[in-house]
Ligand binder design. Structure first.
Ligand code: MN
Length: 201
């Protein structure tokens, strides 16, 4: 029998970055091998637009010294009428938040990556984010260049392999924009480049 609190710690800290490193050959990919960091005063987030075998947006929130991560096929939106599927993936190191470049062919996730948005975030109502994620529902405010306002992540399904499907949505608030499409905002907030330009460089 494990308590909810123990389950919450194991949910995001059990294997730390082992799964991240197991998937990658750092002699061949320019991605960082990474170290776990300390929790700073500000929680960072990054959203990377990743053209791999399938286009998706990697949505990453700093929790407990790593970037807890979801792959969002259609990308986050400010449109409060839309719910986006978000597939929980392995934790990434904090320094992954600065990664923009090309992952070579044959490597895990091969394709091009831009830093589509970044900034800081905070849990709503002073919640403990690790406990909220373990319980399957996190309400939080984002302070990015593109993404602003109140978002919610809700776990909707866990398959027989333990893979978790979540929903990502924006609440109706002063930052909500009906019909907002991430594909209409295609440039990196780090370099101003598109994925095509990163691939050409
Ligand atoms: Mn990805």
């Amino acid at each position: 029998m494990t308590s909810g609190r123990e389950a919450g710690i194991s949910w995001h800290m059990a294997d730390h970055l082992a799964r991240y490193r197991d998937k990658r050959d750092f002699a061949r990919t320019p991605e960082p091998a990474g170290a776990e960091g300390a929790q700073g005063d500000h929680r960072t987030f990054v959203v990377q637009r990743h053209r791999a075998r399938r286009l998706h947006y990697d949505f990453r929130l700093e929790v407990g010294g790593v970037l807890v991560s979801w792959a969002v096929p259609k990308g986050p939106t400010l449109d409060p009428k839309v719910r986006r599927g978000a597939f929980h993936v392995e934790d990434h190191p904090l320094d992954y938040g600065g990664f923009e470049g090309v992952i070579p062919g044959g490597q895990y996730g091969s394709g091009d990556v831009i830093v589509w948005d970044n900034g800081t975030w905070e849990p709503a109502d002073g919640a403990d984010p690790a406990a909220a994620l373990a319980a399957g529902e996190l309400h939080f405010d984002m302070y990015g260049t593109k993404l602003r306002g109140r978002f919610v992540l809700v776990r909707s399904r866990v398959d027989s392999n333990g893979k978790e499907e979540w929903l990502l949505l924006h609440k109706r608030d002063q930052y909500a924009v009906d019909g907002w499409d991430p594909e209409e905002h295609p440039r990196s907030v780090l370099s101003g480049r598109t994925n095509d330009e990163v691939r050409e460089d």
